[in-house]
Design a protein around this ligand. Structure first.
Ligand code: ZN
Length: 471
């Protein structure tokens, strides 16, 4: 029997608004517990929510970037459930009339549909420690968008690619910092198995996924588990499972609730959301060039390979870094090489992010110009670059301090060449007997003696002259 997995993803993303969705409390991450709260987000009786206009703008920009239709009329609903981190005992969310619908993203030519994008408030955070459970309400009322995919995803790898693309789009549009460690981006997945061509099987939801790799691993496990259940003639039950990252398995958390369990009803304290066409049009101009468009442009305008263009556009700041370099050094391929090999290599080695790096575009291009002018060789450039990375110093200063200027004057080079030749009579003999590759080892020694500072072309030319060649 031909079985296939059908995967759906729900991404929750915190919008980059300075204040909460229905009150003016700040949203800054990391404040002391319960210091960013007020009667509204604490759900005290007798207060009314006031909708934050900036949150709506950010949500519309997100919807536009995901090619969604922004609905002229949408509304908030109450999603009723009790949990200690939810003081009102209901969450204000959107139900059957979401803000945006019918979007899509493109994954290497395959279109993945986005069913809906809706607004909602976050709940608080429970912490279990030292035999007690504590609750921090700072997160209550933090503005979120939930992005729900169509059941178009078929493999864990595709789910990973989808999440990466969604994150890139949201980061490019600057609607969120998408910081997963701070919980700004979270996702739940659901997966069912069906016989090819038949209707969908029972859906299992997996929660507690802290990373995109975690999603991929949980899906691998869960797909295999469900296939085994089906093959053994048993039934898969609709349920919510948790992923245990250490053991790499999923386990039952609870039977899955259905929409009817939440007793949704329209939020009586808020008016329906009316979005005028003019507002959508004016926000369209705030959707920037996205990663996929930038990638195409980098390939076309700068002649880069798809692989390189993808790396350079993987984050907005990297793309900006690259194009800033080009303003003072117009050789895209060279700049690309230095970024993708040297800079990214050092960042990975030192576990740093580009934003924390001391290498600025002007320092890199200044060094590249020094290489082009012959002040230093490309090889020495790598040492200079490592020093810029470590100290953030100006390349000229580094070259001066470390005495790295390239040796280009004939007299100085002849002194070294003659010394090397006098130490290597055998190599000269080999050369005269036709073993031309003896030159390589002689050049190697010249470079060693000058600590890589000899100008390679000139050294080569002068050496051949000394060996009696007529150049
Ligand atoms: Zn508040």
């Amino acid at each position: 029997m031909n079985l296939e997995a059908v995967i759906g993803l729900e991404v929750h993303c915190q919008l980059a608004s300075c204040s909460k969705i229905f009150c003016s409390c700040p949203t800054k991450f990391g404040a002391l517990p319960n210091t960013q709260v007020c009667p509204v987000c604490l759900g005290l009786p007798g207060v009314l929510p006031v909708f934050n206009k900036r949150v709506l703008e950010l949500a519309i920009i997100s919807g536009l970037a995901l090619s969604c239709k922004i609905n002229n009329h949408s509304r908030f609903h109450r999603k009723n459930y009790f949990y200690p981190d939810l003081p009102k005992a209901y969450q204000i969310s959107q139900y059957d009339e979401p803000l945006a619908t019918g979007g899509s993203i493109n994954l290497d030519g395959k279109k993945i549909g986005i069913t809906r994008l809706h607004l909602e408030e976050d709940a608080g955070k429970l912490m279990h420690a030292e035999g007690a459970s504590l609750v921090d309400f700072n997160r209550c009322g933090i503005p979120l968008i939930e992005i729900v995919s169509e059941p178009d995803i078929r493999s864990p790898e595709e789910a990973y690619a989808y999440l990466t693309e969604i994150k890139a789009i949201l980061q490019y549009t600057e609607v969120s910092n998408c910081n997963m460690e701070e919980g700004s981006l979270r996702c739940d997945v659901n997966v069912s198995i069906r016989r090819e061509g038949e209707g969908l099987g029972e859906k299992v939801e997996i929660k507690n996924l802290n990373s995109f790799r975690g999603v991929e691993k949980a899906l691998h496990y869960e797909i295999e588990r469900q296939i085994e259940v089906i093959k053994s003639g048993r039934k898969v039950f609709q349920e919510t499972r948790l992923f245990d990252e250490k053991k790499q398995v999923t386990f039952t958390m609870r039977a899955k609730e259905e929409a009817k369990d939440y007793r949704y009803f329209p939020e009586p304290d808020l008016l329906p959301l009316i979005v005028e066409k003019e507002q959508i049009e004016s926000l369209k101009s705030q959707v920037p060039e996205l990663a996929s468009q930038k990638k195409e442009r980098f390939m076309k305008d700068y002649g880069l390979s798809e692989y390189d263009a993808k790396i350079l556009t993987s984050t907005k700041e990297m793309a900006i870094f690259f194009e800033t370099c080009l303003r003072s050094y117009d050789k895209p391929k060279i700049v690309n090489n230095w970024i993708t090999t040297e800079l990214l290599g050092l960042l990975a080695e030192k576990k740093k992010k580009l934003a924390d790096s001391l290498v600025k575009p002007e320092l890199l291009t200044k060094m590249l110009l020094l290489i082009d002018d012959g002040v230093i060789s490309g090889k020495i450039g790598k040492d200079v670059f490592a020093e810029i990375f470590a100290s953030g110093k100006d390349p000229e200063e580094i070259i001066k301090e470390k005495g790295l200027v390239q040796i280009k004057d004939t007299d100085s080079l002849y002194l070294v060449i003659d010394e090397v030749l006098s130490e290597n009579p055998q190599a000269i003999k080999d050369y005269q007997e036709g073993k031309k590759k003896a030159v390589g080892s002689l050049i190697g020694q010249i470079m060693k003696k000058t600590m890589g500072r000899a100008n390679p072309e000139l050294a080569n030319q002068l050496l051949l002259k000394r060996l009696g060649e007529d150049i």
